[in-house]
Every structure is written in C-alpha cells, then in structure tokens.
Design a protein around this ligand. Structure first.
Ligand SMILES: [Cu+2]
Length: 275
C-alpha cells in the first residue's frame, strides 16, 4: 500500500494551497405564525437575529401580525401601551411584521430581531369596528440572545426597494406581476408600514377614499394582498410577495406621531399598476 503515499501527500499539499472558502452564511430562522379569529399560534421563544415570519391565515377574517416591543419593557408595560387607543409610545420598537392578508392567504416577511420582550398583534377591525387586538388577538414572544459564535444570516436578495417616509412611498422600479422580494427601508422620521391592497376591477384610489370616509360600508373597493408592518425609522426589512396583474394601493395606517391620524390621511397612500 506504500504506493499511495506520494499521491496522498500531493493531495494534502493541493488541499493546503487552495484558498479556504468561507462557509455560506446560514439563511434566516423561519418562524411560522398562525392567525385565527382571534388568536395567534407561534413559538413562545425565538433566538435573536434575522428571522423570516411566515404568517398563515386559516381564519375567516383578514389578519396581520405586527411584532412590537420596547427595550427593557415588561409584558405588562407592552400590553398596557398597545391595548389603549391613541398615539404610540415613543419607546415602541417595531422591527417589522406580516402585513394583512385575507382568509386562506399567507404573508412572508424577514426582519432583524433584537433580544427582548415583544407582542405579536393584529389591529385589523372586525365588522363591528373593534380592532382584533381588543378581542384578545395578541401573543407574547420572547427573543433570547443568539448563541455565542452563531454565524450571521445572509440578508435576503431583493429585486425592488420601497422607501417609506413622511408621507410617501418610493419604489426603485415599478412592481410587476410575479413573486418579488421587496427591500423595505424606512427613511423616517417616524414609524411607517407598507400595506399592499388589490383594487377591485374598475376601482381607483378615489373610490377607496370615498369608502373610507363613508365609514367602510358596503363592499370594500380593495382587498388585502399583504405587506410589511414597520420597520422602525432608519431600519430595513424584506417582504416576499406574489402579485397578480392589476391595480394596487400602497398604504400606511400607522397613527401619526403628531396628530394620531392614520398616515393615509396625510397622503401616504398611492395607486400603482402591476403589469
Ligand atoms: Cu406612515
């Protein structure tokens, strides 16, 4: 067997000389959230780091999964702040969350989670006008520090960037039919979201505004298609969404830091055509 020795040592030299390839960065940790009428199913604890929240909606009503926390806050403090109406506390942090989708649909977002206490919440109103959070639709989530030496996950590859600001949406390139990963950037100066709604055939932004002003009575002129709730100012997140051709609204329902009115009242709603 001695004849193998030279070959083995040659292989050893080749192996030693080839540049060491860094191991591929791991993908984001995938966490499934189940949204029903009116409760969330989700893990109690997840590790910090890049996290893909996959929200499925087997409920009858539309649901969203807003993930909100506050540095050093207890669950009692978080719940007291989020269950009352009015302006959001200035310590609130919203790394991101899954935008509203209809019954049977799902929503996929990727966010960076820091350790701490968070609530998963749904603010979508029922037909009685009550937001689901008031019907008990929130759940506690503990984010623990990532294990020491854990490799940083690779950011999702995006093909469109949506920049949110006071009070507008800017797209790096027009949205087209098909599946996209949208990089959502909040340039501030306050919290925003990107809610995507599909207009019914022949309906426009003006029809939607009239319907909102009329107290949301009758058939809605648009249906939820998903979105990204958040991120905090100066932060980024990713929304993976499949769009059918049609006319859509980009919308922000976040209450304004100054007057508490939803941002669409300040003009943060835009109609876009998806071809
Ligand atoms: Cu906004």
């Amino acid at each position: 067997m001695t004849q193998w020795r030279p070959l083995l040592s040659l292989l050893a030299i080749v192996a030693a000389c080839s540049p060491a390839k860094p191991p591929a960065a791991p993908a984001a940790n995938v966490v499934t959230i189940t949204a029903t009428d009116y409760a969330f199913g989700a893990p109690d604890t997840i590790p910090a780091g890049l996290t893909t929240f996959r929200m499925i909606n087997p409920g009858r009503e539309p649901h969203q999964a807003v993930v909100a926390g506050g540095a050093g806050k207890t669950f009692a403090e978080l719940e007291a702040a989020m269950l009352k109406e009015g302006p959001l506390p200035d310590w609130l942090t919203v790394p991101g969350g899954a935008g509203v989708v209809s019954s049977g649909d799902s929503s996929v977002v990727t966010v960076t989670m820091a350790p701490g206490n968070y609530l998963i919440l749904c603010f979508i109103p029922s037909l009685d006008g009550k937001p689901h959070v008031q019907k008990g639709m929130y759940r506690r989530l503990v984010v623990t520090p990532a294990p020491a030496g854990a490799a940083l996950a690779a950011e999702p590859k995006s093909d469109v960037t949506a920049t949110l600001s006071d009070y507008a949406f800017a797209l790096s390139t027009p949205l087209t039919a098909g599946t996209h990963t949208i990089r959502v950037e909040n340039s501030g100066p306050q919290l925003h979201e990107l809610t995507i709604e599909r207009l019914a055939p022949g309906k426009t932004l003006a029809d939607w505004q009239k319907w909102m002003e009329g107290g949301m009575r009758g058939t809605p002129p648009a249906e939820p298609a998903g979105g990204f709730t958040g991120p905090d100012k100066g932060k980024v997140g990713w929304l993976t969404i499949t769009l059918k051709p049609g006319n859509y609204l980009l919308n922000c329902y976040v209450p304004d830091a100054k007057d508490g009115k939803p941002h669409f009242v300040h003009g943060m709603v835009q109609q876009v055509a998806v071809k």
